[in-house]
Design a protein around this ligand. Structure first.
Ligand code: AMP
Ligand code: GLY
Length: 425
């Protein structure tokens, strides 16, 4: 099979790395990709949301399957775009339909779905400029901190958690009346704050049956002890030690099954990854958010633990016979540590030469913000540069190996968090 992966991050490199081991693969392309995916196939200079250019390429290169990494092309309807074109209709797209992608594209849609199918989540109401005064009344029924969420996609910045009532009212106004997040905050979901520990759970589904992948935890803040600004993710650990059999059984019964059944009842076509952002509250799982793709940096720890041929699983998704496939996973722990550019998530410089990539041992390196420059050197090309991912019999062992190798890779301004996993021991 000829396969095209859309995206350019560590998630896409991890997927490419796994697919490159499949006997079913003929040729692998990534658009636009990075220096890591370049090593495994061919990078194509097309943006992951340029549907017309993707169409031309897919036809020319005789692509059989498109795997969509990031959310934007999914929310923009790439699945439907392929379905509606007679030249593309027979190409498998791994991802949900445009309507199903609203589970990530609209927080109000996701909350309504969860309410309808009795999926445990925080109590909420949605407001816009027609009922703003009622929003103030609703806020009064909640205890601080107050959680305000822009309804639409806001590049991970649309969620505000606010301690004071007055500030919450002010921010609500900024979002709805002053378009703080543009069109995305025309509607705002206000919800109860859930106290607990977060984790990510993923399934791969063909819309009918599903496979549960290993759980993971990502580390979002730039600073140690989970302080400072939010980032795209500073690392991840899989599995999450507290996500034991009993907990995962609750996740499956209360959340995964009702979600899959709900998708069917609503006739929401879904062939791809569902990402459940969960809060563990005293042993009970609640959904914080749905995403309609694999997580990043979770993919960098979860994908290596899949023993089964991932391309064969994707084939099962496309052919709607995923139930006939077996998912085998590696029981060992993995830890992914992200090296990031100095200054990130604020401004940072690009083009720094990355050294030591060949000196690391026994870890997997998943590139994110990297590229090959005019002198054929691998240089930084983004805030999050490279994830170092390692196996271990324990979480500590996996972390130790990633940290050992993190010292060997260098570029000007390199930074990484040294406290991953400490909240879990
Ligand atoms: P994101 O949607 O990824 O920008 O991040 C939202 C983050 O806000 C989540 O990862 C949680 O840490 C936090 N969050 C969102 N909703 C709630 C909630 N209802 N209670 C507590 N924390 C929340
Ligand atoms: N790790 C969170 C995300 O991929 O959105």
């Amino acid at each position: 099979m000829n396969v095209l992966i859309l995206g350019s991050g560590g998630r896409e490199h991890a997927i490419a790395w796994k697919l490159s081991k499949s006997p079913l693969l003929t040729k692998l392309y990534t658009a636009p990709g990075n220096a890591g995916t370049h090593d495994l196939g061919e990078n194509i200079k097309i943006g992951s949301d340029d549907f017309n250019a993707i169409k031309d390429f897919v036809i020319t290169a005789n692509i059989n399957m498109v795997i969509v990494g990031p959310e934007i092309p999914l929310v923009d309807g790439i699945y439907d775009y392929f379905q509606q074109d007679e030249k593309l209709i027979n190409i498998t797209v791994i991802g949900p339909s445009k309507k199903a992608a609203l589970l990530e594209g609209s927080k109000d849609f996701a909350k309504e779905f969860m309410e309808k199918f009795n999926i445990p989540t925080a109590r909420y109401k949605t407001f816009d400029n027609t009922n703003l005064s009622q929003a103030h009344e609703f806020l009064k029924t909640l205890n601080p901190p107050y959680v305000l969420k822009a309804d639409g996609l806001a590049a991970g910045k649309g969620v505000l958690i606010i301690d004071s009532f007055e500030e919450a009212i002010h921010q609500l106004d900024e979002m709805i009346e002053k378009s703080k997040f543009g069109e995305a905050s025309r509607k705002v979901v206000i919800e109860e704050f859930l106290q607990g520990i977060e984790l990510s759970v993923f399934v791969l589904t063909d819309g009918d049956s599903y496979k549960i992948l290993p759980s993971a935890k990502d580390y979002k803040r730039i600073g140690e002890g989970d302080t400072g600004l939010n980032t795209g993710g500073m690392g991840s650990i899989s599995s999450v030690p507290f996500a034991d059999k009993a907990f995962m059984e609750k996740v499956e019964q209360r959340i995964i099954i009702p979600t899959i059944e709900g998708l069917k009842k609503e006739e929401l076509v879904y062939k791809g990854f569902i990402f459940f952002g969960l809060m563990n509250m005293n042993g009970d799982p609640y959904v914080i958010e749905y995403n309609v793709r694999m997580g990043d940096p979770e993919a960098e720890s979860v994908i290596p633990r899949i023993k089964t041929d991932l391309l064969d699983l994707f084939k099962g998704v496309g052919e709607q016979n995923l139930n006939e496939k077996n998912l085998e996973t590696n029981p060992r722990y993995t830890a992914a540590v992200f090296l990031v550019s100095g200054g990130y998530p604020g401004s940072y410089e690009k083009g720094k030469i990355i050294s030591g990539l060949n000196e690391t041992k026994d870890s997997m390196l998943f590139h994110a913000g990297t590229k090959i420059n005019e002198d054929s050197a691998i240089v930084t090309n983004g805030g999050r540069v490279i994830a170092i991912s390692s196996f271990g019999d324990t979480m500590e062992e996996a972390l130790e190996l990633s940290y050992k190798n993190a010292k060997l890779i260098d570029f000007e301004g390199k930074y990484y968090r040294k406290d991953l996993g400490m909240d879990l021991v």
